[in-house]
Design a protein around this ligand. Structure first.
Ligand code: PEP
Ligand code: MN
Length: 357
């Protein structure tokens, strides 16, 4: 699957430049507020207006989106402001509505992209339309599900497909509404290198004060652009109020963000990086050697445990290993959670070896 259309060739973004930005309210609320916001966005160079129409919330009974009527507002606003429009579709009926109303692009929400029944239904409804599709990551941090959804659209002949990273559900504490787990979009890019990739810092953070930092990290990492929730009066937004920013804040943020390139004509910089990478490669080789040695010691321990009827899991020992390496990490100014993650993986692999013996 390599015939994705490069984002610079997307007609949807004509007149735009890097970073490619889709912006607009979480939900379309009224015709008037949409138009005044669109005019502000257009003035700051945004050409693609987003706005959700169908908004089933976690609990029923609150604002659930303006529905079909808003599709007309979206189209009329796009025409009046000279912008292209995008909204979320979650089933074939939504697709019918947006086609009837001439909406220019759709996105697949995180609650939908993990459901192959719905993805297939939507992909078939879009077949032959050539409409651009933004595929948000599913709630679960699983690159298979995300890739699978993208494949379904590609198999229905859609060429304008873009992935949108909006963070993942997670248990435990986080400052984020949906922690980014960057390794998942990194894996997606490894698998589908030609696929355009945007970051949605609004849904990742859930808080407007963190939006810029995530947007910056995404662009530094090599994302192609952003999908940002913008509202003229964010605190009064009917959905996702805490994470929306004003058009003015978006303008300021975009003014501060810088794009990077995947390559440079600067031969000196390239040579310096190549040289340093030789050092990295040497260290990686030593790490592999050390891991192999550690594993073989662990195997010997496993044989003794078996002979003497000892359990493979020795919680006291594992706790003391963890405490020791965390202490050493701190001394060397290494992130303790990073070291915990690595040693948890090493310990798991080590126990697996002992279980197989
Ligand atoms: C949205 O973009 O408004 C939305 C509902 O996003 P997600 O599906 O990522 O939660
Ligand atoms: Mn939202």
């Amino acid at each position: 699957m390599s015939d994705f259309c490069q984002i610079q060739d997307w007609e949807l973004f004509s007149g735009s430049g890097r970073p490619w930005v889709v912006a607009g309210p979480c939900s379309v609320e009224s015709r008037d507020s949409l138009l005044s916001e669109a005019l502000c966005l257009k003035k700051i160079g945004i050409n693609v207006l987003r706005g959700g129409l169908w908004k089933p919330r976690t609990h029923p009974g609150s604002f659930e989106g303006v529905g079909e009527e808003g599709a007309r507002w979206l189209r009329e606003t796009g025409a009046a402001a000279g912008m292209r429009t995008a909204t979320e579709v979650a089933n074939a009926r939504h697709v019918e509505v947006i086609l009837k109303n001439g909406i220019d692009a759709v996105w697949i929400g995180a609650r939908t992209s993990g459901n192959p029944f719905l993805v297939q239904e939507i992909a078939e409804a879009l077949r032959g339309t050539g409409l651009p599709v933004f595929v948000k990551n599913p709630l679960v941090p699983d690159p298979e599900l995300w890739t699978g959804a993208i494949e379904r659209f590609a198999r229905c002949g859609l060429k304008y497909i873009c992935a949108v990273h909006r963070g993942f559900h997670s248990y435990g504490e986080s400052i984020f509404r949906n922690p980014p787990f960057w390794q998942i979009p990194v894996e997606l890019r490894r698998r589908l290198p030609g696929l355009p990739l945007l970051c949605d810092p609004s849904h990742i953070t859930g808080r407007r004060d963190l939006v810029e930092d995530i947007a910056r990290q995404a662009l530094i990492m090599g994302f192609d652009g952003l999908m940002v929730e913008v509202h003229p009066d964010p605190d009064r937004a009917l959905s996702d109020a805490a994470q929306q920013i004003t058009p003015e804040a978006l303008r300021e943020m975009l003014g501060r963000l810088r794009m990077r390139s995947t390559s440079t004509p600067d031969a000196e910089a390239t040579a310096a990086i190549d040289d340093l990478r030789t050092g990295i490669d040497r260290i990686d080789a030593s790490l592999i050697d050390l891991l192999a040695e550690r594993m073989s010691i662990s195997e010997s321990i496993g044989r003794i445990k078996e002979r003497s009827g000892l359990t493979v899991l020795q919680t006291g020992r594992w706790n003391s290993v963890l405490a020791r390496v965390r202490g050493m990490a701190k001394e060397k100014d290494l992130d303790e959670d990073f070291i915990t993650e690595i040693f948890t993986t090493i310990h798991r692999a080590s126990m697996e070896r002992q279980l197989k013996k």
